[in-house]
Design a binder for this molecule. Structure first.
Ligand code: KIV
Length: 252
């Protein structure tokens, strides 16, 4: 079977593409009402919601649960759900896991990686499931890599990223997240593709940007990645509201 045309979801994205993560009904609804085009049920839920050190503890059952919540909150935007680590070890598993996320309400699924994942991507897209790729820094591999490292620093790494992006487009991806890719390399990938690139820590010359909701709103004050610009003070509002509540009940 050949890969289906990525046109339907791709055509719903306008440049600059706006994308953000959400993990529950109220945050998804607020993102959707704000006009965010793509809402990612990211496996970053394992860090900013569950308090884990990285994303490697997230399960498919948890992603199904969070996808259901987000789906209920989103009327306009595209809902993409992450396949967590160890749920796409071969093409059959990738397809079965993707079907569970689609049944939970995802419009598309995302998994991390390039050439090593092509057969799995083809299994997903050939079954008619829309697919978003993820290249560059791959958080599910942070333990093997020994930290969050910039990608595309050497010529060979840059060339491999460009070629992997082209192969993923050919395999039917409708968009590609570029995480922590050297800005000039992300720009070259963007120029080489006809599908949009969605950058995070990869410079301004992508087709759009994605961020973790808690970084944008200031809801996770204990750690903020260096590239993230904080636009709100949810943690401060919460702390002040709790102090006012304690005061109200005479318990301050
Ligand atoms: O899980 C996530 O939040 C992501 C974004 C960082 C793109 O994959």
């Amino acid at each position: 079977m050949s890969a289906p045309s990525p046109a339907p979801l791709q055509m719903r994205l306008r440049e600059p593409v706006s994308a953000i993560t959400a993990y529950d009904y109220p945050s998804a609804r607020l993102c959707d009402e704000a006009g965010i085009q793509l809402i990612l049920v990211g496996d970053s839920v394992g860090m900013v919601v569950a308090g884990g050190e990285d994303t490697t503890g997230v399960t498919l059952g948890q992603m199904v649960y969070h996808t259901e919540m987000v789906r209920r909150g989103v009327k306009q935007g595209i809902v993409v759900s992450d396949l967590p680590i160890n749920t796409y070890r071969d093409p059959a598993e990738a397809l079965a896991s993707s079907r569970q996320l689609v049944a939970a309400g995802a419009d598309a699924v995302k998994l991390e990686g390039g050439f090593g994942q092509l057969e799995k991507v083809k299994a997903i897209t050939s079954a008619g499931i829309s697919f978003c790729a993820h290249l560059g820094m791959l958080p599910q591999r942070v333990r093997e890599e020994g930290g969050y490292k910039k990608k595309g620093k050497t010529d060979i790494e840059a060339k491999t990223l460009v070629e992997a992006a082209l192969a993923l487009e050919e395999a039917g991806a409708f968009a590609i997240v570029l995480e922590s890719v050297v800005a000039t390399v992300a720009a070259e990938i963007t120029r080489s593709l006809s599908i949009p690139t969605i950058g995070i820590g990869s410079g301004r010359d992508c087709s759009g940007q994605i961020r973790v909701l808690h970084d944008v709103t200031g809801a996770f004050p204990w750690f903020v990645p260096p590239f993230a610009k904080i636009h709100g003070d949810v943690a401060g509002v919460t702390r002040r509201s709790l102090a006012a509540y304690l005061d109200e009940i005479g318990s301050l």
